[in-house]
Design a binder for this molecule. Structure first.
Ligand SMILES: C[S@@+](CC[C@H](N)C(=O)[O-])C[C@H]1O[C@@H](n2cnc3c(N)ncnc32)[C@H](O)[C@@H]1O
Length: 441
C-alpha cells in the first residue's frame, strides 16, 4: 500500500469512527461535550461501554498512525523522548491544582494560583502550559487557567488522581533506573519476582529484596497502599473490567467462584446485574475478612466467603463457573500453571473457567489472533491497534518493573492453558482485555 493509499484509508477510519463516537454520545442522552465542558456526560458513567471503547480504539490508532506517517521522523521521536507530561501531571495532583481551580470555573491567573498551590509562578506556568497544550486544563486567556473535561480527572476525590500518583511515583522511579538495572550483572537477567527494577530502586535499604506487595504492606507505607488500592479502581474503570457482566450468558449459570476476587468488585456487579446467580468469593483469608466487613449483609443468601490460597487448594468444588481476573499477570508462568491447576482440581466435569486478563497482541499480524476470535485491526492499522491499546503495553511495563512478570500474548496464555489440561472454547474480545472461556480438555 502506498503512503497515499494508507493515508486515505486512515482518514476514512478517522471520519467513520469519530462520527460513530458522536452518535454514541447522543444515544446516551446528550450530544458530545466539548473539551471545555465541566459537566459529566451520561456516557462517562455508563456501565457497558464496550462498543464505544472499540470505536475510540480505532480512532486513536488511526490518528496516531496518520501523524506518525506524515510527520518528519525526528520530530515524532523528539516529542516522545522529552515527554515530561507525567511529571507535570504529578505536580498538578500532589499540589491539588485541579481541586483549587474548582473554585474558579472562569479561571485563575497563574500568579494567584501559584500562591494557593505553593509553587513558584514561572514554574507553575511552564507546567500548566505543557498540560494545557495537551488539553488537560484550559488556558482561558494568557496565563489564566481553568479546569476542563480532562483536568477534572486530577481532582483528589477522583480515583484517577491515585492512578497518576502510583504511575508517576512507583512507576517512574522504576522506569528511571531501567536502563541501568538491565545491564547490572545477574540482576538485569534475573526473572525472580524480588529482583525486578523496583527492588533496584531500593538498593542499600532493608527492602532491596522485598516483593512489591510486601513493601506496599509495610506499616509505614499506609499512604502508598491506599493510593494503590484507589488506583486499581481507576484502572478497572478504564479497562472496562466489568464487561463480562454484560457479554457473558449468565442466564445459564447458577454458581460462580470468583477466584482471587479481592473484596469482590466483580462479584458485586454480577449479583447486581443477574437474578439467579450465587457467588463464592475466594481470596487470601486476610482479604476475605476485609471483604466480609465491606459487604456487610449485602446480597445475603447469594454470597459466601472462602479464605485460602489458590496456590494450594480451592475448597469450593464443582461450580458452574470459576472466574479469575487480573491474577495471572502477577505471577510467573510456573506459578500461573500452579494456580490454574488448583482451579482445575476444583472444577467438575461441566464447569467452565473464565480467564479475564489484559491481552498483549503483536503489532504485526499473527496466525493466532483470527483463530481465537480477537477482532483484527482493519488495514492499514497496526494489528494490535497501536496507540488505541497503548494502556496495555504500559501496564505490561509496570508488571515487568514491579514483579518481573508480564501481560501475556494469546499464544503465551494458550501454552499455559494446554499445560494445565484445559481447552479454549470461546474468546470474548473486550478491547484491552479479553475473556477466555475454558473447559476441561
Ligand atoms: C491484582 S488482584 C485482582 C483482584 C480481583 N480479581 C480484581 O480483578 O479486581 C490479585 C488478587 O489475588 C489475591 N491473591 C494473591 N495471592 C493469593 C493466593 N495465594 N490465594 C488466593 N488469592 C491470592 C490478592 O489478595 C488479590 O485480591
Amino acid at each position: 500500500m502506498s503512503a497515499r493509499t494508507q493515508v486515505e484509508a486512515l482518514l476514512t477510519l478517522i471520519r467513520e469512527s469519530a462520527l460513530k463516537a458522536l452518535d454514541d454520545y447522543e444515544t446516551h442522552g446528550k450530544e458530545a461535550p466539548t473539551l471545555d465542558s465541566l459537566q459529566k456526560h451520561p456516557l462517562d458513567e455508563a456501565v457497558n461501554k464496550l462498543d464505544f471503547k472499540k470505536t475510540i480504539r480505532k480512532l486513536e490508532a488511526a490518528c496516531d498512525q496518520l501523524c506518525s506517517t506524515l510527520a518528519p521522523p525526528s520530530h515524532s521521536i523528539m516529542k516522545r523522548s522529552q515527554d515530561f507530561g507525567w511529571a507535570c501531571l504529578r505536580v498538578a495532583v500532589k499540589q491539588r491544582v485541579a481541586d483549587v481551580l474548582l473554585k474558579y470555573p472562569d479561571g485563575r491567573h497563574v500568579q494567584d494560583l501559584a500562591l494557593e498551590v505553593n509553587i513558584q509562578p514561572m514554574k507553575l506556568a511552564a507546567i500548566l502550559k505543557v498540560l494545557a497544550t495537551r488539553h488537560c486544563f484550559r488556558e482561558v486567556t494568557p496565563d489564566v487557567f481553568a479546569n476542563n473535561r480532562l483536568s477534572l480527572c486530577l481532582v483528589s476525590s477522583h480515583p484517577m488522581s491515585a492512578k497518576i500518583d502510583t504511575a508517576t511515583y512507583e512507576g517512574q522511579l522504576s522506569a528511571g533506573v531501567l536502563s541501568e538495572y538491565l545491564v547490572t550483572p545477574e540482576l538485569g537477567h534475573s526473572i525472580a519476582m524480588n529482583e525486578a527494577a523496583f527492588q533496584y530502586t531500593k538498593k542499600g535499604t532493608p527492602h532491596e529484596q522485598s516483593l512489591f506487595f510486601d513493601w506496599l504492606g509495610l506499616p509505614e507505607q499506609e499512604e502508598r497502599r491506599t493510593q494503590f488500592g484507589r488506583s486499581m479502581i481507576a484502572v478497572n474503570e478504564v479497562l472496562g473490567a466489568l464487561a463480562p457482566v454484560h457479554v457473558y450468558p449468565w442466564d445459564q449459570v447458577k454458581t460462580i467462584c470468583d477466584v482471587g476476587g479481592g473484596i469482590g468488585h466483580f462479584s458485586k456487579a454480577l449479583l447486581q446485574n443477574t437474578a439467579n446467580t450465587n457467588v463464592v468469593l475466594f481470596d487470601l483469608p486476610e482479604t476475605i475478612e476485609v471483604a466480609k466487613a465491606d459487604w456487610k449483609s449485602d446480597f445475603e443468601g447469594r454470597v459466601q466467603f472462602a479464605g485460602g490460597s489458590f496456590l494450594e487448594e480451592i475448597p469450593v468444588k464443582g461450580c458452574d463457573v470459576y472466574y479469575i481476573r487480573n491474577v495471572l499477570h502477577n505471577w510467573s508462568d510456573e506459578k500461573a500453571v500452579q494456580i490454574l491447576q488448583t482451579v482445575r482440581q476444583a472444577m467438575g466435569p461441566n464447569s467452565h473457567l473464565l480467564l479475564h486478563e489484559a491481552i498483549l497482541r503483536h503489532s504485526c499480524k499473527s496466525e493466532f489472533s483470527p483463530m481465537v476470535g480477537l477482532d483484527d485491526a482493519p488495514e492499514p492499522l497496526l494489528a494490535n491497534y497501536g496507540e488505541g491499546q497503548i494502556n496495555v503495553y504500559q501496564l505490561n511495563m509496570l508488571m515487568l518493573m514491579w514483579f518481573n512478570t508480564q501481560e501475556r500474548t494469546p499464544s503465551q496464555l494458550n501454552k499455559i492453558i494446554e499445560t494445565v489440561g484445559l481447552r479454549l472454547i470461546k474468546v470474548y474480545d473486550l478491547a484491552e482485555m479479553c475473556l477466555l472461556e475454558l473447559v476441561l480438555a
